[in-house]
Write a protein that binds this ligand. Structure first.
Ligand code: APR
Length: 272
């Protein structure tokens, strides 16, 4: 897919002129790493075990083994994926911005760790992390290693079936509750400190780059509008139109792995 060069030029100018950049990323950011998005991939496994169905406290209380196994499988699947060129471009750009006395802060709805593995520090994981755990009863944080995918055997229905009835471990602190993933499930509050640092970041930025989110889930979807309301420019990167597209300062139709390096780095890989 090619992006109109005029739009890319305008977006590059906005990026070059900005001192404080905030990146707001969603599932599309990790799509080219092989992590399925929520609303684009409603087939196969993701249809049978959709996040909407399993990502609730009620589902966990009703079927703890099923929900625990689903997250264990997703954590292993993510471990088998690598950061893409978009994640890596953000890692480089974050370092270069800091060297120039500016900042590039990453706020993500993603529960994977691909930003971090791509070299970028994350200011806020708004929807939690696949790699953090706590007790479902006493709330104590817990260490747990979800393990790794058997090479070449991840992502099939059979793999999930094999592990579907893995019970969650018992909490070592209270000795009666079970562990749960540190994910913000539907109906739960976002972690207060993560959301308030995200709000402050967008209120103080010159540019918000909104990458790979459908903008359908609140309150994360309000953040680009808060940036616009504070006078910042908003550049959207997404192959599809979203509710934000008409309001963004510039919308670039294309993917994260294609466009972030083009936007942020010059042909030698340095910050443009
Ligand atoms: N590059 C950029 N964007 C992409 C790419 C790509 N390679 N591939 C797909 N997209 C876009 C899609 O067009 C879509 O707009 O990414 C978006 C993905 O949307 P969702 O699947 O709805 O993901 P997201 O917006 O992150 O969902 C928000 O919903 O289920 C919950 O908690 C979950 O954090 C998630 C939240």
């Amino acid at each position: 897919m090619t992006v109109a060069s005029g739009l890319l030029h305008t977006a590059r100018k906005l990026t070059e002129d900005a001192t404080r950049v905030v990146v707001l990323s969603g599932a599309g950011m990790s799509a080219e790493s092989g992590v399925p998005t929520f609303r684009d991939a409603q087939t196969g496994l993701w249809e049978r075990y959709s996040p909407e169905q399993l990502a609730t406290e009620e589902a966990f209380r009703a079927e703890p083994d099923l929900v625990w196994s689903w997250y264990l499988w997703r954590a292993r699947m993510v471990r088998a994926c690598e950061p893409n060129a978009g994640h890596r471009a953000l890692g480089v750009a974050q370092h270069r911005c800091a060297e120039r006395g500016g900042s590039l802060q990453v706020v993500t709805q993603n529960v994977d760790d691909l930003h971090e593995r791509g070299g970028a520090e994350v200011l806020a994981h708004l929807h939690g992390s696949l790699f953090e755990y706590r007790c479902a009863d006493c709330d104590a944080p817990a260490e747990f290693d979800p393990g790794t995918a058997e090479a070449g055997h991840m992502g099939t229905e059979e793999d999930l079936e094999k592990m579907l009835r893995t019970p969650p471990p018992i909490c070592s602190q209270c000795a009666h509750g079970t562990l749960r993933p540190g994910i913000v499930w539907f109906g739960e509050m976002l972690p207060m400190d993560a959301f308030s640092s995200a709000q402050t970041a967008v209120e103080q930025c010159d540019l918000a780059l909104v990458v790979g989110t459908s903008g359908l889930v609140q309150p994360a979807a309000s953040l680009p509008y808060r940036a616009l309301g504070s006078g910042a420019a908003v550049v959207e990167i997404n192959p599809e139109a979203t509710p934000l597209s008409d309001d963004a300062t510039v919308t670039l139709r294309g993917t994260a792995a294609e466009l972030l390096p083009e936007l942020l780095l010059d042909s030698s890989g340095a910050l443009s």
